[in-house]
Structure formats: C-alpha cells, structure tokens
Ligand binder design. Structure first.
Ligand code: ADP
Length: 265
C-alpha cells in the first residue's frame, strides 16, 4: 500500500510533484515480519515438547525389558512435557484474547483483596525456595477499574518471576504507593538480574535471557508480553530496572481514578 499525494503549486490545481508515502509500507512490513516470527516461534515452541513426548513413547513401546525406574523416569518426562504444552497453549490463547478488540467485562476491584489472593499462590512457591515476601502498603483502600482478572494476572506474573529468578533464601519486596492519581506497585528481588543488552527485549514474546533456565523453571517466555499487554490495556505503564547479579525491580503504574472507568468501559 503505497500512498501517493500530489503536491500543488500554492493554492492552484497545478500539480508540481508527488509525495510518496512509504511509511505505511514499512509499518506494514514490520507487522507482517513480527507476525511471521511469532508463528515460527509458536511452531518451534510447540514442536519441541511434542517431539520429546513422541520419542519417549516410542522408546517405551519398543523396549520390552525396561526396568521400572527407567520407565517411571520416562513417564515423568512425558508428563512434564504435556504440562509444558498445556501452559504454552494457555498463554498463547490468553495473549490472543487480550489482543482481541471485542468488549471485555469491566470490574471495580479492591487492590488489597487482589494482593491477598495473589499472596496465597506466590507464597506457596516462595516457601519452597525459602524466599521471604515482604509487603509495604502506603494505602490499603484503592479501588481500581479493570478488565476482569487482569490485575491479578499482572501481579501473579511479576511476583512469580521475581521468585523464579531469585536463588534460595532470597528476598522479594513488594511496595505500593500512590502518586498523581496513579497507584505504583514495585516488585524488587535480589536475584540473578538482567544483562543490560537484554533489558529492552524481555517484554517481547518468547524472549528469554537464558532459554534453558527459563524452561527448567517452567517458563514459556510469554509472561511479560502478556503482562505488558494487560497493563497497556488498563492505560498503565510497566518498566524495569535491573543489575546483573544484584537483582531486578519491576515498576507497575496503574491509574485508579474514574477517568479509567470511562476509558476501559
Ligand atoms: P519466562 O516464562 O521465561 O519467565 P517472561 O516473559 O515472564 O518469560 O520473562 C522473560 C524473560 O525475562 C525471562 O526468561 C527472564 O530471562 C527475564 N526475567 C523476567 N523477570 C525476571 C526477574 N525478576 N529477574 C531476572 N530475569 C527476569
């Protein structure tokens, strides 16, 4: 789609040239490339566990005298790969529903109550690594307008990442404060940190600093892309500050005034 606009001599009808607008083309090509890359990534991510499942099932079928330990080990691998597939499909579907422009259900929610719910889930994972979650709230009476489940999902993703990418006995501090009609939520960990060259890319779909590590902690590489989309849909902002080997801080900013209610509904 190339747009060609005539250039007139002053206010007359005389055409003295044309402006060819190729910006639309570059934007179109960029989106098309992103779409192609996404499809390629999805196929790759789905094929890897399927290949693995097929391989182990084949071995189990072909080998008669496998000892019980080996058999169980293979079955556990198959189970884990199936879990991974489920997670991937769930995340891909979630991402496409957020991008879907159809009307979503708008809810008024109590932020403190959402934190209490999220805590139940993340504390369970934190305990396994003896990680302490510390909360500091400036204001416990914040009501937010949101699309159902978004704030819960945003908090779950960011806090569970902080736990995932922090070693045993680490600390995760969650701070909440209000500034200029927005509520700020900061999630700070003292984990592995993010290299400077990767920091601008971690919100991209399937971008992972360390694929092997992400895979072993159950990551799909879609969590932050989902989070960013949700924050944007609520007219908020998310950014990250991080130092390799020291830790990371994710800062989420969400409007909670009535203006948002008008915008999202
Ligand atoms: P994943 O499923 O791999 O965790 P995400 O989209 O949630 O995918 O995150 C993308 C990548 O960003 C992760 O693979 C990891 O490399 C990096 N990352 C996210 N959160 C943190 C954190 N708190 N500390 C260090 N690295 C992080």
């Amino acid at each position: 789609k190339i747009k060609i606009d005539p250039v007139h001599f002053e206010d007359t009808d005389a055409v003295i040239g044309f402006i060819i607008n190729i910006e639309n083309v570059t934007e179109y090509v960029k989106l098309e490339n992103m779409r192609k890359e996404f499809v390629a990534n999805v196929s790759h991510e789905l094929k890897t566990p399927i290949t693995s499942i097929k391989g182990f099932v084949e071995t189990l079928k072909m080998t008669d005298n496998l000892d019980n330990d080996t058999k169980n080990r293979f079955l556990t691998i198959i189970e884990n790969e199936a879990t991974r597939l489920t997670r991937l499909v769930d995340d891909i579907l979630l991402l496409s529903t957020i991008e879907n422009k159809t009307k979503k259900k708008v809810d008024k929610v109590d932020l403190f109550e959402i934190f209490e719910e999220v805590h139940e889930v993340v504390n369970y994972i934190a305990k396994k690594k003896n990680i302490k979650l510390k909360y500091q709230f400036e204001n416990e009476d914040i009501d937010l307008w949101e699309y159902s489940g978004y704030v819960r999902q945003i908090l779950l993703n960011i806090i569970s990442n902080a736990i995932k990418y922090t070693g045993e006995n680490g600390k995760v501090n969650i701070t909440q404060y209000v500034k200029g009609g927005n509520v700020f939520i900061e999630v700070q960990d003292n984990g592995i940190g993010i290299p400077e060259e990767d920091i601008n890319r971690i919100f991209e779909r399937f971008y992972r600093v360390d694929k092997a590590r992400s895979r072993s902690v159950g990551g799909t590489g879609l969590g932050l892309a989902i989070t960013k989309h949700m924050v944007k849909a609520l007219n908020g902002n998310i950014r990250v500050e991080s130092e390799l080997g020291v830790g990371s801080k994710f800062i989420i900013e969400l409007p909670f005034n009535t203006e948002l209610a008008k915008k999202v509904s």
